[in-house]
Design a protein around this ligand. Sequence first.
Ligand code: PLP
Length: 388
Amino acid sequence: MHTSNALSRIAPSQTAAMTDRATQLREQGIDIISLSVGEPDFATPPHVIAAAKNALDAGETRYTPIGGTSRLKQATALHFARDLGVEVPTSQVTVSAGGKQAIFHALMATVSEGEEVIVPAPWWVSYPEIVRFAGGRVVPLITSAKRNYIFTAAELEAQICPRTQWLLLNSPGNPTGAWYPPEMLHSIGEVLRRHPRVMVLSDDIYAPLNYTGQGHVTLAAECPDLAERILTISGVSKSHAMTGFRIGVAAGPEWLIRSMEKLQSHSSGNPSSISQAAAMAAFEGPQEFLADWRDRFRMRRDMVVSAINAISGLWTPTPQGAFYCMVDAAALMDRFADDTALVLHLLDHGVAVVPASAFGGRDGFRISFAADENKLREALNRITKALS
Ligand code: PLP
């Protein structure tokens, strides 16, 4: 027995590896502050918990339709319209076990051997691995700290060729906090109109976590004439502190939604019935707390940005969304062999972060500011000491 060719093309998640390493050290009694995880530290809202309990008590413990219950599909369509400005009928939405599974199914359902997927780098760790697993070729679109980790329309167009199948667009973005303003989305739309074969996977999982004061903007809403070529991903994991529930949602052209559900029917089947009830409460229940959470994250972001930029050799632009800061440490690379060595040095000083190279970047590291203020302050002190 041996593993498959497809499996040999992918690597395990390095963010998970760093989190595991920090946990191991902590279990040995070493004091480690982990800023490597990608989940909010806030408690899941009580109305969501209550909905999950009620679903159990009401016996909602059986198979549901593959792409989610019709009630959750309605709540999902409401969420897309209200929160993302994307108007879709329920036939154009589907529900998966996390945004990750929706992305996995979309790419597996559409990418064939040798086809290309443009992935802006630094990227979310799973994008390139899923593309490779599907047999596709990852075409990196390199972005830099000095331009806020945003690519230009010209840079995008230069990477498009007849084999291009998808552009993956993640705004607000992990791991950089990059955010594409409406005018950028319009110029991306211009490029796409010239290349009608290219689809866009718009990963909006961090939609409510936008610190620009402008509210969320997304390609399918800004360029509705392209909506048939856009799959928009959203969810409850990051917005509602529901990472463990494993619910993600997608809106897009009907042929693609049906294809994703076809694949899902043979992988996980329906997402958890209990989690579906909880997600419905998340979409239909109160949303006001999101503004408070956003304010807390903004405050933490400001704390991280000013502390990092006060350390000689480190620099970061101000992330416009999500809860990550991609720190440029190029100026320190004469002291460390590479960014992994730098990150291991920080781990020796009690802070776990993830090297930029884990995200297709280089000479830097990602800090997650989804940690409480005291922990963050102490971690930033430790980083300052470690590098002074
Ligand atoms: N997309 C991005 C950019 C993410 O950072 C994550 C989680 O880390 C996901 C998608 C998937 O989230 P989930 O599967 O928990 O819904």
